[in-house]
Structures are given as structure tokens and as C-alpha cells.
Design a protein around this ligand. Structure first.
Ligand code: DGT
Ligand code: CA
Ligand code: CA
Ligand code: ZN
Length: 572
């Protein structure tokens, strides 16, 4: 390892600890150590005792040793994993260091750029210690620039913008029909831009109204058939609106929903029948006739195909098979099995989570706080779990028609062992295991670690198996085929984590796990607040894109069936 790499990890550790609000003495110890490493005249790999570096104490030396031996720091991984995912990237805004970000987090609950933007807009930032009006103005500018950077927008951020725009378009008197199209309609996890198809007899008038919207910051294209604008509605995003004659609405909607690959297959299908498909309809050259449709179903019907819902239009077989699956719907979902409370790093009590779940119409939930090794998330000891179980029992007594299961999200430690002995696990109703540290290990080590956890009969579910964070962190280097095979063999269920930054397993892996290994899955929000239970919507959408049916997902089971399954996994 080179000194530069070591120093960079130490600096990052200091930043992350400061973000988290750790004691400044500890933070400074790591900063000092980083400087000492950079300035050391002895090459770092020749250094036998890091304690000999000026200003480096025993504790810091141990961390340096760990980094030099393993190439990483367990503590850093843990903090990185447990801080709200949007917090570290705030450091990229000019004028914001870890200390001020911590103040924003602690005082205003800011956990990412969007919350910060709202706080700045509401004028709440200027009153914080060390901020003021000038800094607030600079932040506003920094955020505007940041939002213009070319990354794909998360589905969960795009959905409310699309909804507002859709309403706006419907209010224009000359507009007859409106539908969102493109990747948003297909519910892809991220979208590049927002596409709409609008039916109107007066395209020029409608185009004028769109470009005149107050949120439009730039007009990219202003024609009679297409208007493209940049809007700033909480986030900056491009919006493409196609203006079509009412009778062409359905074929245009299909065309601009895509995907491109799906459209290719549809054109091939039409060709087999001697026809041509375009955004204007299906053309029969022999009869010189154009077919148009009132609904998309009629168009698929005309082509002799079953109706393909937008989520499946990715050319993953949807045009090639005679019957399509009956996809999972939100109404099939009966309970969330992964969430946190104040016992670890959540914001609410057990009862508050249970009542929020009841309001959503669920029959059960599982409380799964973090385990003891995750000190950064105040992980629970075996004794804490016992006391938490008492609280859960009381909540179960108080609430009708809602079962709260006592669970845990247990760390799979870097050496492959589990964070509690079996005697502790057997007392719990449900055990989730997951990796929160050492995720840069090599493929073999990581894969064996995960498989070892699955082989424990008390482990029911593996949470967020690939560990990816959309736009932020690549998946762990796992051999997923071996993981799928082990899940099948041991009856362990893999999670689709519905946190909008994770959506892990993704649609593609879900389909593969189901079709090639016959796996079942669990879809959970991993909520840390009652509001976050609503993330289940993007989870269900991703499951649908993964071709999952109700029967493939254990969260659709009745409570009795779920309990049977939980017992059966343990050989009961
Ligand atoms: P995105 O925007 O990257 O998240 O994904 P899409 O699928 O929304 O892609 P987009 O916005 O470029 O185009 C919307 C749909 O329009 C696309 O799925 C297929 C259809 N389409 C038809 N012809 C064309 C074409 O010539 N170019 C593009 N880009 N799209 C076309
Ligand atoms: Ca698009
Ligand atoms: Ca587009
Ligand atoms: Zn969790």
C-alpha cells in the first residue's frame, strides 16, 4: 500500500466520523495521522510500528495496521453504510465540510441534497450556528449547479415531478389525453428524462402553454409535434412532450413508452403479419389502410399478442411467449419484514411503526434492528433483544389485527461468523442477515461469507444482497450464481430491498433467480421512519419488472403461512 492510499482512507474516516458527529478529539487524531503518513520520510510499508509516527497513538495505530493489512477499515465501512446515503455527497458542494453537514443533519434532519435544497429555500439554514445568509445563498447556487450534472434521476424523485406535470398538462383546455411514457412509465429504477404523450387538435397552442410554464428554465425544442424543455421542480430534469392527433394517441403512447428493444420486437412481429408499425398506427400496405386504436390492449390484440404491461417492455421475452405472468400488485402485499426503530438507528418506536403499518392495511411487520457489532448504529446486545421483545409483546397485546414479529438484522462479520450465537437467534421470530462491512473483500471471501450465513438454519432472509447504491456504489463482488444456488439449497430467501437508492436485488436478478433457480423473495422497505414504509411502491414496481407474481414473494403470505414458513426454515 502506498502512503497516499493510506492517508486517503484515514482522511475519509475522519470526515465520516465528523459527519456522524463524533467527538472532535477522535476526528482530529485521524486527520493528524493522515498528515503524519503523508509527511513520513520512511516509506509506509517499511514502517514496523505506526505508533512511531509523530502524534499517532495506540488506537490510531491499530486502525493503520488494519488498513495496511486488509486494504480497508471496518469502522469506515460501517459508518459509510449507516449514515444516510445522501449525506457524504453533500461534501462535494462548495463551502460545506463534514462539520457543517452534521449540523444540518442534527438540527434540520437534512439527509441529502433534496432536503438541503428545501431547507435553503425555506430560509431555515441561515439561522444555524456558523451559517448565515451569505452561506445560504452560496449553497443555493451550489445546489443548482449540482442538480444540473448529468446523472440519471432516481425513479422515486422523478415520480412526483411527473405527477405534477401530468396534472398541469391535463388542465390545458386543448389537451384531450395525456399519459407519461418512456422509462418512467416502465418504472425503471432511474430515468434520464420525462416523456409525455399528449393528444390534441391544437398542438401550437399546447406547445405555447408548455414553454410558458414558470418552472421552465430552458427551451430545447419548440415544434408542432415535439416540445422539449428543462424544468426546475425540486430537481432539474428534461421533459419531452410529443403532441399527436387524438386518433394516433395510442400508437404514439406505445411507441414512446419503449423500450427501444421492445419496439424492435413489436415491429418484427408486425412484419410477420405483413404490416408496419409506427408512432402513427399499424399500416397494412396491401389494403393501404392504417389501423389506430382507442386503448393499448387493442393494439396488442391486433398483433395477436397478450397485453404487455409497461413494466415488462424490455425485450426479456414478453413478446415471445403466449401467456404472461400475473404480476404481483400492491394489494397482494401483507406485511413489511425489515425495519428499524429507536432501539438502533430508526426514528420511531415499535408501536409507531406498527400503527403506521396498520394504516397501510398490513397484517404484520417484523422489527429488525441492527445487531451488536454495528456500534455506529447502536446495535442491540442479546440482552437488549430480550427487553425489546417485552416491548413488542406489549404492542401485540394493544393492537388488533396486527402481528409484530420480533426480528433482527444481524451482521455477517468480515470473518464470515455471525453476530449472535444460535441460542440468541432461536429466541427470535425472524432473522435477517446482511453485510455492512468488509464489502471490498475478494469474490471468493465475500461469497463464502454470505453462503455460510445462509447455511445457518436460523437465518431466514439475506438483506440487500448485492449492496449496490444507485449512482453511488457498485454491487459487491459476489458470485451471485453460487449465492442463488445456496439460497435454493438452504431455503433462504433473498431480499428485494425497496429503499429507492438500493432496489437490490434488481429487476434482472429477480427474474433470473426465479426462472433459473426457482427462488422466492422478500420485498421490504428497511424503513428507518414510519414515512419510509411508503417506499414499498418502488419495490413492488421493481418486482413487477422482475416478472414476480404474488406466489414468489413471502410478504404476500397470510400470517399463519408466514409463521409456518419461518418455522420450517428452522427444520420445524
Ligand atoms: P431514459 O430516458 O434513458 O430513461 O429511457 P427511455 O426509454 O425513456 O428513452 P428515451 O426518453 O430516449 O425515449 C423514449 C422512448 O421513445 C424510447 O423508450 C423508445 C422511443 N423511441 C422511438 N424512437 C426513438 C428514437 O429514435 N430515439 C429515441 N431516443 N427514442 C425513440
Ligand atoms: Ca425518457
Ligand atoms: Ca426522452
Ligand atoms: Zn436494515
Amino acid at each position: 500500500m502506498r502512503s497516499g492510499q493510506l492517508a486517503a482512507i484515514l482522511k475519509e474516516l475522519a470526515d465520516m466520523m465528523e459527519l456522524k458527529g463524533e467527538n472532535p478529539f477522535k476526528v482530529n487524531a485521524y486527520r493528524r495521522a493522515a498528515r503524519a503518513v503523508e509527511n513520513s520520510r520512511v516509506p509506509i510499508d517499511a514502517l514496523e510500528r505506526p505508533e512511531e509516527l509523530p502524534g499517532v497513538g495506540k488506537g490510531t495505530a491499530a486502525v493503520i495496521r488494519e488498513i495496511m493489512e486488509t486494504g480497508q477499515s471496518k469502522q469506515l465501512d460501517e459508518i459509510r453504510n449507516l449514515l444516510p446515503a445522501g449525506l457524504p455527497e453533500l461534501m462535494r458542494l462548495p463551502g460545506l465540510g463534514p462539520k457543517s453537514i452534521h449540523v444540518l443533519y442534527r438540527e434540520l434532519g437534512v439527509t441529502g441534497i433534496e432536503e438541503l435544497r428545501q431547507a435553503v429555500e425555506a430560509g431555515r439554514v441561515r439561522h444555524l450556528p456558523g451559517f448565515g445568509e451569505k452561506k445560504e445563498r452560496n449553497l443555493a447556487e451550489g445546489i443548482r449547479k449540482w442538480n444540473k450534472r448529468p446523472v440519471r434521476t432516481l425513479l422515486i424523485h422523478a415520480l412526483p415531478v411527473a405527477e405534477t406535470l401530468e396534472k398541469r398538462l391535463r388542465q390545458i383546455p386543448q389537451v384531450e389525453r395525456v399519459e407519461p411514457a418512456g422509462s418512467l412509465r416502465r418504472r425503471k429504477e432511474t430515468v434520464k428524462d420525462l416523456d409525455f404523450v399528449v393528444a390534441t387538435e391544437h398542438p401550437a397552442v399546447v406547445a405555447e402553454r408548455i414553454t410558458a410554464m414558470p418552472e421552465v428554465t430552458q427551451v430545447l425544442n419548440h415544434g408542432e409535434t415535439k416540445v422539449s424543455v428543462m424544468v426546475e421542480m425540486g430537481l432539474a430534469i428534461q421533459v419531452d412532450v410529443r403532441l399527436v392527433q387524438p386518433e394516433q394517441f395510442v400508437s404514439a403512447l406505445h411507441h414512446f413508452t419503449g423500450s427501444k428493444e421492445h419496439n424492435v420486437r413489436i415491429r418484427q412481429r408486425a412484419k410477420e403479419l405483413g404490416w408496419k408499425v409506427s408512432e402513427y398506427g399499424i399500416f397494412d400496405p396491401e389494403k393501404e389502410e392504417v389501423f389506430t386504436f382507442r386503448e393499448e390492449r387493442e393494439m396488442f390484440d391486433k398483433l395477436g399478442l397478450p397485453f404487455v404491461v409497461p413494466e415488462l417492455r424490455e425485450d426479456r421475452g414478453e413478446v415471445d411467449i403466449p401467456t404472461l405472468p400475473e404480476l404481483l400488485g400492491i394489494e397482494d402485499y401483507r406485511g413489511d419484514l425489515h425495519m428499524h426503530t429507536r432501539w438502533s438507528d430508526g426514528s420511531a418506536t415499535v408501536e409507531e411503526m406498527a400503527i403506521a403499518a396498520q394504516k397501510r392495511g398490513y397484517a404484520y411487520i417484523a422489527i429488525t434492528d441492527h445487531s451488536q457489532s454495528l456500534k455506529v448504529a447502536s446495535g442491540l446486545t442479546a440482552d437488549d433483544l430480550k427487553r425489546q421483545r417485552e416491548e413488542i409483546d406489549q404492542v401485540n397485546d394493544r393492537l388488533d389485527g396486527m402481528t409484530v414479529l420480533a426480528g433482527v438484522e444481524m451482521d455477517i462479520l468480515p470473518d464470515g461468523s455471525l453476530d449472535y450465537p444460535d441460542e440468541v437467534l432461536q429466541e427470535l421470530d425472524l432473522v435477517i442477515a446482511s453485510i455492512h462491512s468488509g464489502f471490498r473483500q475478494d469474490e471468493e471471501t465475500l461469497t463464502s461469507r454470505m453462503i455460510a450465513a445462509m447455511e445457518n438454519p436460523y437465518v431466514h432472509i439475506i438483506a440487500h444482497p448485492t449492496g449496490r447504491l444507485i449512482n453511488r456504489r457498485d454491487p459487491y463482488g459476489l458470485d451471485l450464481d453460487r449465492v442463488f444456488e445456496a439460497a435454493k439449497r438452504t431455503g433462504t430467501v433473498l431480499e428485494l430491498n425497496a429503499n429507492p437508492h438500493r432496489l437490490d436485488l434488481n429487476d434482472w436478478y429477480l427474474k433470473r433467480g426465479k426462472e433459473e433457480y426457482g427462488l422466492r423473495f422478500s420485498i421490504n422497505t428497511d424503513a428507518h421512519t414510519p414515512e419510509m414504509l411508503s417506499h414499498i411502491g418502488v419495490g413492488i414496481a421493481t418486482a413487477r419488472r422482475g416478472w414476480l407474481e404474488a406466489e414468489d414473494v413471502i410478504n404476500t403470505y397470510s400470517i399463519d403461512r408466514l409463521k409456518d414458513w419461518l418455522a420450517q426454515k428452522r427444520g420445524g
